[in-house]
Design a protein around this ligand. Structure first.
Ligand code: UDP
Ligand code: MG
Length: 334
């Protein structure tokens, strides 16, 4: 049966009232050798707890037989559900699909290549229960190539920390635990899944990190190379602007516009005075060019602010997204 297509913003009705304690969301793209061990390991980590859980594998257009294997594994494991995407979309859309289909009150994400250790899951859940909205893993002993992976990642982590103001050591770690409400209203684009802590922080979430184990890839190949670094940096720019301007574009661009226009008018008046008051030639004055540039950029900044305001309103109102997030409502229940 074909399930109706869900956009990222439409929360799956199944997810509205969580039925389970935990959903473990795993994006799978050509991980056929890892899959059996992965599912077994996740089961091992959770079956001795008294939690109701599901393992939700998102097959992101695999071509190596992972899809057929998932079909078999769902027969073996009653806790396993698989969502098969129509083609390869990338890790972020795969995770978004997982979030939309997850039915748990808490959501764990991890990679499907066994680089994250499923045995860490209970520890993350325990931390979440201490009152956090997001617990992110920190691969203290990361087992990846030094030059192409660790170095870019160190730089990226530092930069992301500086720009977003969220101080965690390792943004790239997929092993994370979330409260379901937190991800329900978060939209993911590009490679934004690694910025979930930052996005969550903008939404006012309580975030912490926990050192987790990390293993070298045993099977298959990494789907990424150095190119990812640049995409991550571009996404970082998006986050930077979202954090700064999302709900008040006019405050930023309007102010710039007013300053530029005012300076332009001021210098323009000065030049007018020189020309008509003092009879000087002003045609060869660089200041004249500056006046033109200041006034035209000023007007543009101002218009950009206005457009930003309109777009921002459309963004929030068309999706019914309030500009605030409620943590809880306290009632006198008598
Ligand atoms: N992945 C995916 N779609 C993609 C690329 C990757 O679902 O287009 C999955 C992949 O199967 C793995 C996880 O995302 O479970 C992380 O990928 P990978 O291990 O290649 O990244 P790395 O650990 O090298 O950063
Ligand atoms: Mg990996």
């Amino acid at each position: 049966m074909n399930s109706p297509l869900l956009t990222q913003n439409q929360v799956n009705p199944e997810a509205v009232s969580p039925l389970l304690d935990v959903s473990v969301v795993v994006p799978i793209y050509n991980e056929v050798e890892s899959l059996p061990r992965l599912v077994a390991a996740i089961n091992d980590s959770l079956q001795d707890t008294d939690l109701n859980y599901e393992i939700l594998c998102i097959d992101d257009g695999s071509t190596d037989g992972s899809t057929a294997l998932l079909r078999d594994l769902t027969q073996q494991y009653s806790t396993l559900r698989a969502v098969i995407l129509r083609r390869n979309y990338g890790q972020t859309p795969a995770m978004a699909a997982g979030f939309n289909h997850a039915r748990g009150q808490s959501i764990i994400t991890l990679d499907g290549d066994l680089q994250n250790d499923p045995a860490d899951i209970p520890m993350l859940l325990a931390k979440l229960d201490e009152g956090y909205d997001l617990v992110t893993g920190w691969r203290k002993n990361r087992q990846d190539a030094a030059l192409t992976r660790l170095l870019p990642s160190k730089i990226a982590n530092w930069l992301i920390g500086r720009i977003t103001g969220v101080k965690v050591h390792d943004y790239g770690c997929s092993l994370k635990a979330y409260r379901a409400e937190l991800v329900a209203d978060m939209n993911l684009y590009g490679e934004l899944h690694r910025f979930l802590p930052a996005l969550a922080f903008i939404e006012g979430a309580r975030i912490t990190e926990l050192p987790v184990r990390h293993h070298a890839r045993q099977f298959g190949n990494s789907k990424y190379g150095l190119g990812r670094t640049f995409r991550v940096l571009l996404d970082l720019l998006t986050i930077f602007f979202m954090k700064k301007f999302l709900t008040r574009p006019m405050h930023v661009f309007g102010l710039l516009g007013i300053i530029a226009t005012a300076l332009g008018i001021l210098f323009g008046l000065y030049l007018t005075f020189l020309k008509f008051g003092m009879g000087q030639e002003i045609g060869d004055r660089p200041l004249l060019i500056l006046v033109a540039v200041l006034i035209s950029t000023g007007v543009q900044f101002f218009s950009l602010g206005l457009l930003g305001e309109l777009l921002m309103r459309t963004y929030h109102e068309s999706q019914g997204r309030p500009i605030y997030r409620v943590r809880e409502i306290i009632n006198n229940k008598q």
